[in-house]
Design a binder for this molecule. Structure first.
Ligand SMILES: Cc1cc2nc3c(=O)[nH]c(=O)nc-3n(C[C@H](O)[C@H](O)[C@H](O)COP(=O)(O)OP(=O)(O)OC[C@H]3O[C@@H](n4cnc5c(N)ncnc54)[C@H](O)[C@@H]3O)c2cc1C
Ligand code: FES
Ligand code: FES
Length: 1328
């Protein structure tokens, strides 16, 4: 290894020079920013390039072209050492409230694109980088730029709308039809007066001259022709960055195993997630030969170091310079590059890196190989050219290249006349997702002939490496390109590319059918081309891609009354009170709190077995890891070692036995995160496996493995009624679980005060009281020694209640034992592994109905996979039964529900708390009835809906009037009948694409059935200067509760919101607060805040009377001198709700929130890919306290539901290990999943006497309406099945992933795949 000459790393961050002489090669830019520079605006969301929370902009000067390249990148994957010569801009450098906020920050915030705000800095940075390159982007540019940024709260629509204001293109509401704005005057006059969620007229203009300039010093540095080799040595790794090709070759010769790190998008995740350690890394980023581009008459040589974005723009630039026939391959590569990873990944990932990484599902390798590309490699032995063909890819991650060889460039040839190249891919999510199957195909015809002269086909995703379909090609070569040849080819292909039933990655039948579908698509496209060239007369239709353009959306809500004072913010679309701070990165989340002196970090050790005895725990090696201070086990707990519920115990740290993979066993505390993690990895646990772990619902039912009590409910006499009906039908549906995927992982900081066992705990929790109590019980101290503070959470969705309390207890235990401040922030993978999520449910039903569509009787059985501990599972199954009527008045209805005890991580509360699973079963049942009767599903729904004064199966009286109004209005707004006709026409005209539509209602009960949980309290202080500090028991997780409380206080105190501040939620200001859950936060806390403010306002009455013309400030000051207390508590008792499960009756809800949603999809039956073309949601939420916040909840919940029912899939190994532990494996909806038209309407003239200011709770209900997309897909699938002669009910489980959907379509291609007999093999993943 050459000795380092230069050892100073020099780069700029936000215009300030940074020099580091001891850069550790293991340090990423993200940890450097957050931990060293305390620039905490850049967030950690996953650490693997999959979420975009850490996005920054990197700028580099390119001496060859004398230009500056600005690009977005994931700070979590950028090695610090790679940054020499770069200028980085973080969200703090873009704008701040102290100086000036940037238009991007302003527009995302004011368009209501920031709820919990954890994703917002990343969104800002992606958009900022785009604007630095293109100040007036197109919508396509925006959606591409944001494709790699995940948001779990907003549903993206408002973010896109905020960003859209930078576009030049038509920016209208389309209220008068496509491209036609309401302002064009042709539509309803009243459109002009419709209230808007934000006013874009007030936005700051984008002024590119205001941006930070690229540091001239870096230009000089790059221009100086004397670059130095850089070497950095860290604790475990060295890094060397050579400056010439010779030096690189020399380094590689002496260190053949050292990886060349370019984008670090493969090496980085391998080190982080697979524990790979490279003692030396070579960074050839400054070797100019790796970036050279040379054109030849045969094609173009592209430097292997070029990033994928650079390759794309290079090829795009070349396209217009050559006739189309020469650029077939270029276009296929461009297409693949458009879908590969995210913009941030493509901006750094190199061409050579992608090829050499040899991913089994690389998108480039199949198309490059099919296109006859080759690589030029160099080593001490000389230079050689190696073709990218079937011999190149040897096995998983391995190529034919020798370890010391460096890929210098890649040759991409021109195509010839008569040569066609196409690439196809299908992924679990449309964008930012590795493909399930990906392919490159090339065919060459002699001039004027349809006889195939040459063909090559490569696939990815069908085994450990890119594979060639050589036999299939041989079967096609020399033959005419026609149906006969191709139909023989499908059979050969099936024989050639076989996947064993237990192949890693699963989806075996789907993957095999995709190979056929892609070949068929290629067939059609080539026929089209031959037709265009007049070689044949072609009558077959090419399959058009699915629509993708996001169109402007509508949000309709009502004006406040004309009489309402301008000062009074209630009912107005007020921006989330922290949105600006969130957009500037100033908002403080738990892990952003600065380190305190001597603070330690805690990492957990979890079980690797699903069901075993713990034989030994050896921490000796862990204690020898540098920086490790202690190992904490259950023996250290001075107080309660368990948390109990319904008589079941959950151990904080397992002592003698484990009951799931991921169960917490002990914790290692160390001076840094890295050391704590290394220490945790060094703890050795020995186990003795116990027999017969239970994983699936079926296994649990067979073994009667349930948590008691099981619940049942009944009205009427189902058995008797079944005897009287015209028809009976039985069915079943599985609803998969769901990961919360709050963007901020579980985080906490415990600070011992230093005396009398007092602790301040800062926890990201929805239930501070529970965390406080749990810590007190664990440490055996009274609750008054523990103060729990919650400023805000980066999302929660039910996942930050019970497990968070346990984590807080463990962290406090470590703080207590070491007497040091203790921080615990779970990594994304740990969080997903440990904390559980939504319960998977199997629902079975038997339904009896009349031929006129009336459902007379239904018997439903629900089994929920609860996991290894009870948690809240019995409450979840109770709620399942309470909602099993949804909108329908079924006179004879009975249900049973059980929480199954299994050896999987315990499931817990999740937005909707069982309701989304419950109603899914009912709606599927109603759908089946419609299919059996051959009637439209909306008719059957309508026939069976509650009408007039109604009573539920638990004897709760209510009026469904507003539900019916929502139904009718949704049908009108969505133009349901006309579109239904259009869909039928579309389906008749298209064989391989189908459209489907559904309209789904919801009736959702609000408040806690356990009456005591409905109480709330508040504490309001008025200071002498007139400023007001409000605290209440609710926690802010993005749902805008603090914004609403500010509005309430503003109305009640008759002062502007600007005088009111909410700092945090704390157990020392409001004791014994109930959790922020059940969509009841605003209802309860709003009343408490109102109560406190009214008390104070009344107390000020005498001073106001004394000085009626005085200002608020004069009154508050006067009140102090008049000895009037300026502090008051407020209290709300809440409704006394109950449910008596013995009598099967009760009053478990305060009222219902209603909604109806209509969605339409377009489905590609060959791949299962679909697009939600349009969604219209009509919601009755009474009189909204804040329409922008409420519409945000509606859209966000809908998208989360869309994820649940169509996208998100948890996969467990046969031994109970969760495979899907990050955004690369688990796909939540991204921008690409937003309905192309997404309209939300709030029902007008609705009052609700049961909640504050006549509003209604809205946090959870709309999640279920995401199922409208599921049922629209099912509708489209039914049309596809009809083409294959299949009619009648069919089973489609949730989520309706492309895999399930494609297989359900039963096309001739899926039907060719030999079915795998269940039980004949060990599947790769469990069907839990
Ligand atoms: C979140 C995420 C999503 C992704 N999505 C996709 C996707 O959808 N489709 C897809 O195809 N890929 C995808 N990728 C993979 C990505 O494209 C590759 O990781 C990337 O192209 C590798 O390039 P790199 O420069 O980052 O490689 P590095 O990580 O820097 O290096 C990877 C390996 O390549 C070797 N190497 C690099 N350059 C050379 C060279 N010039 N000569 C010899 N060896 C070399 C290194 O020694 C190392 O072993 C994704 C990656 C991530 C992190
Ligand atoms: S934290 Fe970097 S992409 Fe998720
Ligand atoms: S606002 Fe986007 S994740 Fe919460």
């Amino acid at each position: 290894m050459s000795t380092g000459k230069g050892e100073i790393l020099c780069f700029f961050i936000n215009g300030k020079k940074v020099t580091e002489s001891h850069a550790d090669p293991e340090t990423t830019l993200l940890s450097f920013l957050r931990e060293k520079l305390r620039l905490t605006g850049t967030k950690y969301g996953c650490g693997g390039g999959g979420c975009g929370a850490c996005t920054v902009m990197v700028s580099r000067y390119q001496p060859a072209t004398k230009t500056i390249r600005h690009y977005s990148a994931n700070a979590c994957l950028l090695p610090l050492c790679q940054l020499h010569g770069a200028a980085v801009i973080t969200v703090e450098g873009v704008g701040s409230t102290k100086t000036r906020i940037h238009p991007v920050q302003e527009r995302i915030a004011k368009a209501h694109g920031s709820q919990c705000g954890f994703c917002t800095p990343g969104m800002v940075m992606s958009m900022y980088a785009l604007l630095r390159n293109k100040p007036q982007p197109t919508m396509e540019d925006i959606t591409q730029a944001l494709a790699g940024n995940l948001c779990r709260c907003t549903g993206y629509r408002p973010i896109v709308d905020g960003c859209r204001t930078f576009c030049q293109e038509a920016n209208c509401c389309q209220a008068n039809g496509a491209g036609n704005c309401c302002l064009n005057g042709e539509g309803d006059e009243a459109e002009h007066e419709k209230p808007q969620l934000f006013d874009k007229e007030v936005f700051l203009p984008l002024d590119p001259t205001q941006e930070l300039i690229f540091p001239p010093e870096l230009i000089l540095m790059a221009e100086s022709g004397n670059p130095q080799t850089l070497t950095f040595r860290g604790e475990r790794m060295s890094w060397v960055s050579p400056v010439s090709l010779e030096e690189l070759i020399q380094l590689k010769t002496s260190n053949p195993e050292a990886p060349l790190v370019m984008g670090n998008t493969n090496t980085g995740p391998d080190m982080k997630f697979k524990g790979v350690l490279h003692p030396l890394i070579i960074s050839p980023a400054r070797v100019k030969e790796l970036f050279e581009v040379t054109q030849t008459p045969q094609g173009v040589w592209v430097g292997a170091g070029c990033s994928l974005s650079e390759v794309r723009s290079l090829l795009e630039k070349l396209l217009p310079q050559f006739p189309e026939e020469k650029t077939e391959l270029f276009r296929a590569v461009i297409q693949q590059l458009g879908n590969l990873g995210s913009q941030q990944i493509r901006n750094v990932a190199s061409l050579g890196g992608n090829i050499v990484s040899a991913y089994p599902n690389s998108d480039l390798n199949p198309v490059l190989a099919a296109g006859n590309c080759k690589v030029s490699v160099i080593s001490h032995g000389g230079r050689r050219e190696v073709p990218l063909n079937q011999d190149f890819f040897v096995s998983f991650g391995k190529t034919i290249l020798k370890p010391e060889e460096v890929v210098v460039s890649v040759f991409i040839p021109f195509t010839r006349k008569g040569e066609f190249v196409r690439a196809f891919r299908q992924a679990p999510r449309k964008e930012s997702s590795f493909a399930t199957v990906t392919t490159g195909m090339r065919v060459f015809f002699s001039e004027g002939s349809r006889a195939v002269q040459d063909i090559s086909i490569y696939y990815g995703g069908l085994g450990p490496t890119t594979v060639s379909a050589a036999k299939t090609c041989a079967a096609i070569a020399t033959r005419p390109w026609d149906d006969e040849t191709l139909s023989r080819a499908y059979d050969v292909l099936l024989d050639e590319l076989v996947l064993p039933p237990s192949a890693p990655g699963g989806k075996v039948e789907f993957r095999r059918s995709l190979t056929l579908s892609f070949l068929f698509k290629f067939h059609l496209e080539v026929l089209q081309k031959l037709g265009e060239m007049n070689v044949i007369t072609n009558e077959k239709m090419q399959i058009q891609p699915l629509p993708r353009e996001i169109q402007p959306s509508l949000q309709e809500f009502q004006h406040v009354s004309k009489d309402q004072s301008n000062l009074d913010p209630v009912g107005r679309p007020i921006m989330h009170r922290s949105a600006i701070s969130q957009a500037t990165g100033e908002a403080v989340y738990c892990d952003d709190i600065p380190r305190t002196d001597g603070e330690l970090f805690l990492a957990l050790v979890t079980s690797s077995r699903a069901h075993a005895k713990i034989i030994g725990l050896d921490a000796s090696e862990a204690l020898r890891v540098p920086g490790v201070v202690d190992v904490i086990t259950a023996k250290d707990i001075p107080g309660k070692k368990v948390r109990s519920m319904f008589g079941y115990h959950e151990e904080l740290l397992a002592q003698s036995e484990v009951s799931c993979v991921g169960q917490m066993l002990c914790a290692v505390v160390a001076d840094t995160r890295a050391h704590a993690k290394r220490g945790a990895a060094a703890v050795k646990i020995s186990y003795e496996d116990l027999p017969d772990p239970v994983f699936t619902i079926e296994e649990a039912v067979e073994k009667s493995s349930f948590f008691e009590p099981r619940r049942a409910i009944q009205r009427g006499d189902v058995t008797e009624a079944f005897k009287t009906v015209d028809q009976l039908h039985e069915g079943e549906i599985r609803i998969g679980g769901q990961e919360h995927f709050y963007m901020e992982t579980q985080s906490m900081l415990v600070v011992p005060v230093g005396e009398e066992t007092e602790f301040n705990i800062y926890v990201s929790t929805q239930f501070p009281t529970l965390a406080q109590e749990a810590v007190a019980e664990t440490l055996d101290i009274p609750s008054n020694r523990v103060t729990c503070h919650v400023k805000r959470m980066g999302g929660a969705f039910g996942g930050k209640v019970t497990k968070t309390a346990i984590l807080a207890s463990i962290t406090s235990l470590a703080a207590w034992k070491t007497n040091r401040a203790m921080r615990c922030v779970l990594e994304r993978g740990e969080d997903m592994l440990i904390t559980g999520g939504r319960h998977p449910v199997v629902g079975k039903y038997k339904v009896g109905f009349m031929n006129d569509g009336r459902i007379v009787a239904a018997d439903l059985q629900y089994y929920a996979n609860a996991g290894n501990t009870l948690d809240e599972s019995v409450l979840v199954v109770e709620k399942i039964l309470l909602h099993m009527d949804n909108a329908y008045n079924i006179p004879n209805l009975q249900g049973h529900a059980a929480a199954c005890r299994t050896n999987l991580p315990s499931n817990t509360a999740f937005r909707g708390f069982g309701v989304p699973q419950s109603i899914m079963v009912v709606e599927n049942m109603v759908n089946d009835v419609a299919v059996v009767l051959g009637r439209p599903a909306d008719e059957i729904r309508e026939i069976n809906m509650y009408k007039g004064p109604s009573v539920t199966h638990y004897k709760f009286e209510f009026s469904p009037e507003n539900m019916l109004r929502c139904w009718e209005e949704c049908k009108v707004k969505s133009d349901y009948s006309a579109r239904r006709r259009d869909i039928d026409k579309f389906n008749q005209q298209n064989r391989w694409k189908k459209r489907g539509m559904s309209i789904i209602p919801i009736k959702y009960g609000i408040a806690f059935g356990e009456g005591f949980l409905n109480q709330a309290a508040a504490l309001v202080h008025i200071y002498k200067d007139g400023s007001v500090l409000v605290t209440h028991g609710g926690t802010e997780m993005g749902q805008g509760i603090h914004t609403k409380m500010q509005q309430v206080a503003s109305r009640e105190l008759h002062i502007p919101s600007s005088k009111i501040y909410i700092s945090e939620t704390s157990t020392s200001t409001v004791p014994n607060a109930c959790p922020s859950a059940a969509s009841f936060g605003t209802d309860a806390n709003g009343m408490a805040v109102k109560n406190a403010c009214q008390t104070l306002y009344k107390r000020l009455e005498p001073v106001r009377q004394k000085n009626p013309k005085g200002s608020w400030e004069s009154w508050t000051t006067a009140a102090f001198f008049d000895k009037i207390s300026l502090s008051a508590t407020g209290y709300y008792r809440g409704p006394d709700l109950y449910m008596d499960w013995v009598k099967m009756e009760g009053q478990p809800y305060a009222y219902y929130t209603y909604g109806v949603c209509c969605s339409e999809v377009e489905l590609d039956c060959l791949t299962g890919d679909y697009r939600t073309v349009r969604t219209d949601i009509m919601v009755d939420l009474g009189r909204s306290v804040n329409p922008s916040v409420d519409i945000g909840q509606i859209e966000g919940a809908f998208m989360q539901g869309l994820g649940l029912y169509t996208l998100e899939e948890l996969k467990f190994s046969p031994s109970g290990l969760l495979y899907t532990r990050g955004p690369s494996q688990y796909k939540i909806p991204a921008v690409c999943d937003v309905p192309l038209r997404f309209n939300v309407y709030l029902l007008s003239d609705s009052d609700n006497p049961h909640a504050i200011y006549s509003s209604k709770g809205i946090g959870e209900p709309i999640l279920f309406l995401g199922s409208s997309v599921f049922f629209a897909i099912k509708d489209a699938v039914a049309a596809a099945r009809a083409e294959s002669g299949l009619v009648g009910p069919f089973s489609l489980h949730s989520p309706a992933t492309p895999e399930r959907t494609c297989l359900a379509c039963a096309t001739p291609f899926t039907q060719k795949i030999p079915a795998i007999k269940p039980g004949s093999f060990k599947p790769w993943a469990l069907n839990i």
